[in-house]
Design a protein around this ligand. Structure first.
Ligand code: ADP
Length: 257
């Protein structure tokens, strides 16, 4: 039995095809989220890579910010449920998920069976999201994918005190003008995002083990700063950005079964 999960986010579109709710047959990730051709591209890539067709899918579930704009036949399911299912599939021992995506951050508590018990979300302020990192990457002319390597080279991480992206932007430009090293600025920017998300996480009972999901999980600068800020190690999987799509494919499997 094949099930397909589609996660249409604010900045990226992701797909996962699962066989019998157990094996990942193929996945795709395309930059371009809601309102772009990203979802269509992600779908054609996952079918191309798997050699399967839409007709061969026994169930399809859509999640993410753009899930309601995705066809009419699919099941629609919340990102919270999907990140919980996806994270539990990869890390059955995880009880707390910290999801940082393009435009929001969420902290999700799971029970032993991987069911969501509680959550907190910041979707009001860019400061603790991937968007903040993307804006800063633009100013520094460094791909956000390289932030982890830069942060690791920092000798004295800069302090970024502004809570608003626009003010933080001018703060970074002033520090660049004052001669602050790029590595120190990148480490400061990562620590600033980590600090904001840690404050959110501390409002929920952080039960170990903890993992990250969402695209920002790939940024080791944020990951390490966050682990320090919450005082817990954070599990990382290269699949972290696909947890939503994986969870949607699992949801479709359980619905059909
Ligand atoms: P959404 O689902 O809202 O589209 P994602 O969970 O896909 O968001 O996360 C997108 C964010 O992930 C981007 O804003 C970017 O900051 C970050 N990101 C994506 N890929 C990488 C990478 N390879 N290294 C570091 N950060 C990344």
């Amino acid at each position: 039995m094949y099930t397909l999960g589609i996660d249409i986010g604010s900045t990226t579109s992701k797909c996962v095809i699962l066989e019998d709710g157990a094996n990942i047959v193929a996945s795709s990730l395309v930059v371009g989220g809601i309102g772009t051709s990203g979802p269509e591209q992600a779908l054609s890539r996952v079918f191309q890579d798997s050699g399967l067709t839409r007709e061969q899918m026994d169930g399809v579930a859509a999640t993410g910010y753009g899930r309601n704009r995705c066809g009419e036949t699919e099941l629609k399911v919340s990102e919270l449920t999907c990140h919980g299912l996806g994270a539990h599939f990869v890390f059955p021992q995880v009880r707390t998920i910290i999801d940082i995506g393009g435009q929001d951050a969420k902290v999700i508590s799971l029970d032993d069976a991987g069911r969501m018990q509680n959550f907190l979300m910041n979707d009001k302020c860019e400061a603790g999201t991937g968007r903040f990192l993307d804006v800063m990457a633009n100013i520094l002319c460094i791909p956000v994918n390289d932030f982890g390597d830069w942060a690791a080279k920092a000798k004295a991480p800069a302090s970024i005190s502004s809570t608003c992206t626009v003010f933080a932007e001018s703060e970074v430009i002033s520090q660049l003008a004052a001669g602050t090293e790029t590595a120190d600025l990148v480490a400061g920017i990562c620590a600033s995002v980590a600090g904001r998300v840690a404050s959110l996480a501390k409002r929920i009972n952080i039960v170990p083990e903890v993992c990250m999901s969402g695209g920002v999980a790939q940024n080791s600068g944020v990951r390490l700063a966050l682990a320090e800020a919450i005082g817990q190690p954070i599990e990382f999987s290269p699949l972290a950005q696909l947890f939503g799509a994986l969870g949607a494919a699992l949801y479709a499997y359980h619905k059909i079964k």
